[in-house]
Design a protein around this ligand. Structure first.
Ligand SMILES: Nc1ncnc2c1ncn2[C@@H]1O[C@H](COP(=O)(O)OP(=O)(O)OP(=O)(O)O)[C@@H](O)[C@H]1O
Ligand SMILES: [Mg+2]
Length: 338
């Protein structure tokens, strides 16, 4: 493992069985995540972007051990302690687990309505047996203030808060075990546009204050623009492009990235952003032959229907990779804010 990395994912697959008929037999597999590899450097924020159903949440859940992977390695490096969590039994990673957390997409269902805020935000500490009750309370007071709420709020219940406040509570919970890495799964997509920027700014400040690394999931390239050091573009369970954030916007190399950029150029902030591709995302149980995008791609040739493109380095561009047979000959349109 590279010592500058906090996380390395190698050959990750997550297949969900589809069951059918009277005997509930497995008829096929939904290949939600189909052989992806990625790394995150210490202190880095990596954006993971793709349409609904492309497998982003599934990647996030595997990485924080909420889903067991079908195959692949997930290796963390926390202060020189290196562990492949996909192979290590749960009881052996207890101490290690507090280092990574997940912030959820749906702020309305991710907080248990019957639990007091104090119990919600100190739950990770209780699970990991960290601190006395008094110490946990003090930590909760400190963190809830840091995210812009008040210690009095700890005695309340989730229904007493707005969406933005609930996400601040979710953030407090994620921070309580003093993690070094957080998967932020579309943390603002369920919120009003007016509060989205506040939550994003809070996450940026916290990253600096607590020296965090993020995997930041979003379904379009609008939100992650000011947030990510590198961006991974995912489609139908595969990574199609990876590059430093700036290159993704100024020099996209994959037709799918071009389509995502066209969507943010064309639609104003707050309006619904449609992906400008023919048709819709196919059933991941029956992925197309060759390139995953080929049935929807206006540049597709026979080779695209016949051969799976490998994710290969882009010549003369550091840290950039693309999986497209035609990327070197295509002149794709970059982001225009007009
Ligand atoms: N627990 C599950 N059981 C069975 N199938 C699942 C499960 N979770 C996700 N899937 C399937 O895996 C595929 C990828 O879903 P996932 O939620 O990871 O996509 P996503 O990119 O996060 O989409 P969104 O932007 O809508 O959140 C979808 O086809 C979905 O139906
Ligand atoms: Mg999701």
């Amino acid at each position: 493992m590279d010592e500058n990395n906090i996380l390395e994912v190698d050959g990750l697959k997550k297949f969900f069985p589809n069951r059918k008929g009277f005997f509930n037999r497995i008829s096929s597999f939904n290949k939600a995540v189909n052989d992806i590899s990625l790394h995150i450097k210490k202190g880095e924020t990596v954006g993971l972007v793709g349409e609904s159903g492309s497998g982003k949440t599934t990647v996030g859940r595997c990485i924080v051990k909420l889903f067991p992977p079908t195959a692949g390695k997930i290796t963390y490096n926390f202060n020189g302690k290196i562990l492949d969590i996909s192979r290590t039994p749960e009881h052996q990673i207890k101490d290690f687990r507090k280092n990574f957390q997940m912030l959820f997409q749906d702020v309305y269902s991710s907080l248990d309505p019957k639990m007091r805020i104090l119990d919600i935000v100190t739950e990770p500490l209780a699970i990991h047996n960290i601190g006395t009750q008094k110490e946990r309370f003090n930590k909760a007071c400190e963190l809830i203030t840091r995210v812009g709420l008040s210690p009095d709020d700890l005695q309340k219940y989730p229904h007493q808060f707005s969406g933005g406040q609930r996400q601040r509570i979710g953030i407090t919970r994620a921070l309580s075990s003093q993690p070094k890495f957080i998967v932020c799964d579309e943390p603002v997509s369920a919120l009003d546009v007016s509060v989205q920027a506040q939550i994003l700014n809070l996450l940026l400040d916290l990253r600096k204050d607590f020296n965090l690394s993020y995997l930041f999931i979003a379904h379009d390239l609008g939100v992650v623009k000011y947030f990510s050091d590198r961006i991974i573009v995912m489609y139908l369970g595969k990574i199609v492009e990876v590059a430093p954030a700036e290159n993704i916007y100024t020099a996209p190399k994959h037709p799918y990235t071009e389509a995502l950029l066209a969507a943010i150029s064309k639609y104003k902030v707050g309006s619904e952003r449609k992906i400008l591709l023919q048709g819709s995302i196919p059933d991941p149980s029956k992925p197309p032959t060759g390139c995953v995008l080929q049935p929807r791609c206006k540049y597709a040739l026979d080779v695209c229907r016949q051969k799976v493109p490998a994710l290969l380095p882009v010549p003369n561009k550091n840290d950039s990779f693309v999986a497209c047979h035609r990327s070197s000959e295509l002149n794709l349109e970059s982001y225009s804010s007009k």
